[in-house]
Design a protein around this ligand. Structure first.
Ligand code: ADP
Length: 353
C-alpha cells in the first residue's frame, strides 16, 4: 500500500493532525515465547519523515519464512491466498505431490509443520500422508473442516494458549486478530478502560484485559460471547472483562470509556478484490461514519481495525467530520514483513490522552 498524502485531499486538509505510521511485528507462531518478538515502528507525518524505533533490531531471526507469511491477507478469508496457503495445499490430496517442496520448505524453516506437535502420531509430517486431524486438550479427536484448515494451521499465531482448550466457531477463525497484533493494539490503547465493540471469540479483549484497567466486550452473537468468556478464562483474565451480548450501536449511548476498539465485519472476502476498501459501502452492519459517531459517544479515542486496502482519504474524512477535527494516525500493520491490515487511531484533540 503506497500512499502519499497528496492523493488524499482530506489527509492534506488535516495537516499536522494526520500521520501515517508502520508497525512491524514478528512472531514464531508457536508459543507464548512470542515475547521474543520485536516491534519496530516508523512514522511519516504530513510533510515530514522520521523514524521512531521502539527496539534495536529484529530479535527472532531464526525463521525467515514464518507461518504468518502464509496467512490470508488481513487474516481474513481471501481466495487469492488459497494458492499459497500450506493448509489449502495439504488439504487437497490431488495436489499433495506438488506440495512436497513447500512442505519441505516449511519443515526446513521451522523444524516442523505448524502445529505438528499437536497432531496424533499417525499424522506426523513424515513425508507421507498428512491429514488434519487433531486431538483437543482432553485427548478427544477433532475433525478440522476443510474451510478452516488453513486457519487451524495458524492457531498458535491466533492464540498462543490454543492447546489449553480455546473455543472458536467457523466465523471466529476468519476474524480473530493474531495474538501479537492484539497485544500491540492493547499497548497502544493504554492502561485505562476499553470497550471492544465486536469482540468475536475474544482475541483482542483478552489482550486488553492484560493491559488495561477494565474491559467491556460486546458481541451480538451469544455463541461468540460464550466462547470469548471461556477463552478469557484460559488466559486468567475472565474476571477483568464484562461481557455483554448485544448490538453495539444500540449500546453505544449507554457506555463510557477511555478508548473504544472496533474490529467490525468487513463484509466477507470481497474486501480483498477491490483496489480500495470503501468504508461507506463495504463495512457491516453500518458504514464507517455510523461507526465513528457511535465510537465518539463512548470515548475520546477510537481505534478501528481495517483491511489493508482501506481508503485512507475516507478515514481522514471521518476525522474532518468532527468539530474540531480529530487527530488521525493510520498505522500499517506488517506481520513478518508482509502488510496485513491497517489500524486507524482517531483522537479528540480536546481530550487529555
Ligand atoms: P469479519 O469476519 O469480517 O471479522 P464478522 O462477521 O465475523 O466479521 O463480525 C465480527 C464480529 O462482530 C462477529 O463476532 C459478529 O457477531 C459481531 N457483530 C456483528 N454485528 C454486530 C453488532 N451490531 N453488534 C455487536 N457485534 C456485532
Amino acid at each position: 500500500m503506497d500512499f502519499s498524502v497528496d492523493e488524499s485531499p482530506a489527509a492534506k486538509a488535516l495537516g499536522p493532525l494526520f500521520k501515517l505510521t508502520e508497525v512491524h511485528l514478528w512472531d514464531d507462531g508457536s508459543s507464548e515465547e512470542a515475547e521474543s518478538s520485536h516491534v519496530q515502528e516508523s512514522t511519516t507525518g504530513y510533510g515530514t519523515t522520521s523514524g521512531k524505533g521502539k527496539g534495536s533490531g529484529r530479535i527472532n531471526q531464526r525463521r525467515p519464512a514464518e507461518i504468518a507469511d502464509y496467512m490470508p491477507d488481513s487474516t481474513r478469508g481471501s481466495e487469492e491466498e488459497e494458492s499459497r496457503s500450506p493448509a489449502s495445499v495439504l488439504n487437497n490430496s490431488e495436489t499433495l505431490d506438488q506440495s512436497d517442496t513447500l512442505k519441505n520448505e516449511i519443515v526446513a524453516e521451522i523444524g516442523c509443520l505448524p502445529g505438528a506437535s499437536a497432531l496424533s502420531n499417525e499424522h506426523e509430517h513424515d513425508g507421507e500422508a498428512l491429514k488434519l486431524e487433531y486431538k483437543d486438550h482432553l485427548g478427544v479427536p477433532v475433525e478440522i473442516p476443510s474451510s478452516i484448515s488453513k486457519y487451524w494451521l495458524q492457531r498458535y499465531l491466533l492464540f498462543s494458549r490454543f492447546d489449553n482448550g480455546i473455543k472458536m466457531d467457523e466465523e471466529g477463525w476468519f476474524s480473530v486478530t493474531p495474538e501479537i497484533l492484539a497485544k500491540h493494539h492493547a499497548e497502544r490503547c493504554g492502561r485505562g478502560s476499553v470497550v471492544d465493540l465486536f469482540t468475536g471469540v475474544g482475541g483482542n479483549a483478552i489482550q486488553f484485559a492484560q493491559w488495561s484497567r477494565h474491559v467491556i466486550a460486546i458481541d451480538i452473537d451469544p455463541i461468540k460471547i460464550d466462547y470469548a468468556r471461556h477463552n478469557a478464562a484460559l488466559y486468567g483474565v475472565g474476571e477483568r472483562i464484562d461481557f455483554i451480548k448485544g448490538d453495539s450501536f444500540s449500546l453505544a449511548p449507554k457506555l463510557k470509556a477511555d478508548v473504544v476498539f472496533c474490529s467490525p465485519p468487513w463484509g466477507g472476502p470481497g474486501y480483498s478484490k477491490v483496489t480500495k476498501f470503501d468504508i461507506n459501502t463495504m463495512l457491516k452492519p453500518r458504514d464507517g461514519k455510523s461507526l465513528f459517531d457511535a465510537g465518539r459517544r463512548i470515548a475520546p479515542k477510537i481505534v478501528m481495525f481495517l483491511p489493508k486496502n482501506v481508503d485512507i482519504n475516507q478515514l481522514a474524512e471521518l476525522s474532518l467530520s468532527a468539530l474540531p477535527p480529530w487527530y488521525l494516525e493510520v498505522e500499517k500493520n506488517y506481520l513478518n514483513g508482509i502488510l496485513k491490515t491497517v489500524t486507524a487511531y482517531f483522537c479528540d484533540p480536546s481530550s487529555s490522552l
